[in-house]
Design a protein around this ligand. Structure first.
Ligand code: URA
Length: 432
């Protein structure tokens, strides 16, 4: 077999065998296939596509490229969730303690953000002392003890995805359904959970722009999971406007804590409930959606879900007082308030523009090595469908002294561009 023949085959739109895909991925991982050959094949895949079997072979080959976690000796269901990424997406921060407080063992491996705002690991690291670099033994031990652990994915888990994703990122080959499916599903299967719920986001703040594409991707991931003997469920959710009210690492943790105290943004509640109820049903802990909703509401209203978050923070070395004392967070001490110029309904609140603004203030990174400012971000006071009066504060930006006047002014331009108003009444958007 030669790499050149495999690239030529895909260029012509022909179908690969499992052996060919394994040869190509293994060859790339052991250095016999070069970056330029992999890039060329990835581009051929973007134009010609992979069929369902090829997608499953690729996913399997990714899984076999590294370590796999195994929870089969736990004797209980182990759950995991994954979001394809969005602005203000702090669902993991509320969902994991919530489910763990309801008796679901949660093994959550997450990433750092390489986009507009931080990933779950960045958000958690905004809690002083919080350790996201758990060894496999410590990760498992903590789940056994308190039902949940949230850790950064180690480089040995699906290394093929790590290496190929870095190449896709710089060769305009990210947005192919089969490549995304193999990347996401391989990581989730290798992470060892037997219940996996995916949150596939679409809209201006997601890399998938339409609901139809999100449905197609969700369907492909569910079927690929089934082919590899893993039960996967999925939720489709809109990312046209940010999720919840806070964007930025520390601010999102504060919003998550408030959520678990019962102060819930309706969109964040809807999506959390949807994912939680699917997980509870798959774990045979709820009979139906209504049953699951009662369990979820009770876990929040009783304070058990918040107690579980405090327990997770303490177990991972974080300052557990953050749930009572937000001054422990280092929030940007400078503020900019954007005010409404006239009374109207909010018609649009573009997630991507808000994300651009937050990134300019330091909430996200361009390169892996960039340092995030945990305290930078934005708090929204209104969402699409809300009526505002002249001079109402639409949002507040938080930033540190390190932000130059030029950067701040660019960020303000972005938040101004985010809004469209209507004199006519606008219906609230459903997120799920
Ligand atoms: N997220 C992933 O983990 N992989 C992709 O390919 C795209 C989004």
């Amino acid at each position: 077999m030669r790499a050149l023949d495999i690239i030529e085959k895909k260029k012509q739109g022909l179908v690969h065998t499992k052996e060919e895909i394994d040869f190509f991925i293994n060859g790339y991982m052991n250095g016999q296939i070069e970056d330029y050959q992999m890039s060329s094949w990835l581009m051929a895949v973007c134009f010609q596509g992979l069929n369902f079997d090829e997608t499953a072979y690729l996913t399997e080959s990714f899984i076999n490229s590294g370590d796999k976690l195994d929870f089969s000796d736990f004797g209980v269901h182990v759950a995991d969730k994954h979001s394809t990424g969005g602005v203000g997406d702090k669902v993991t921060l509320v969902l994991i303690p919530l489910l763990a407080s309801l008796g679901v063992a949660c093994a959550k491996l997450s990433g750092r953000g390489l986009g507009m705002t931080g990933g779950t690991i960045d958000k958690l690291e905004s809690i002083p002392g919080f350790n996201c670099m758990l060894s496999e033994d410590k990760f498992k031990e903590q789940i056994r003890k308190i039902n949940a652990a949230i850790s950064a994915q180690t480089p040995n888990l699906v290394p093929a995805d790590g290496k190929i994703y870095a190449l896709r990122d710089v060769t305009a080959t990210v947005d192919n359904m089969s490549l995304i499916c193999a990347s996401v599903v391989s990581k989730k299967i290798a992470s060892g959970a037997d219940i996996i719920v995916l949150d596939v986001k679409y809209g201006s703040g997601a890399f998938i722009k339409t609901r139809e594409e999100a449905l197609e991707l969700a369907d492909l991931m569910i079927k690929t999971g089934a082919k590899l003997n893993r039960k996967i469920d999925a939720v489709i959710s809109s990312m046209d406007q940010p999720l919840g009210n806070c964007i930025g690492n520390s601010l999102e943790v504060i919003e998550a804590i408030e959520f678990l105290k019962g102060n819930m943004a309706p969109d964040l509640y809807d999506i959390t409930l949807e994912i939680a109820s699917r997980t509870l049903m798959l774990a045979n802990l709820a009979a139906d959606f209504d049953d699951a909703k009662n369990l979820v509401d009770d876990a929040i209203n009783s304070g058990r879900a918040l107690d579980k978050l405090t327990e997770i923070i303490e177990a991972q070395g974080g300052n557990k007082n953050v749930t009572d004392d937000y001054s422990i967070f280092n929030i940007g001490k400078n503020k900019f308030e954007l005010k409404a110029q006239f009374g109207a309904y909010i018609k649009k609140l573009d997630a991507l523009e808000i994300a651009h603004a937050c990134k300019l203030l330091g909430a996200g990174r361009d390169k892996k090595s960039d340092k995030i400012d945990f305290g930078a971000g934005c708090v929204l006071n209104f969402k699409v469908g809300d009526k505002v009066s002249k001079d109402d504060i639409l949002l507040t930006l938080y930033y540190s002294d390190n932000v130059s006047k030029e950067r701040l002014s660019e960020a303000i331009d972005h938040v101004n561009n985010a809004y469209k108003f209507s004199i006519e009444k606008i219906d609230k958007q459903r997120v799920v």
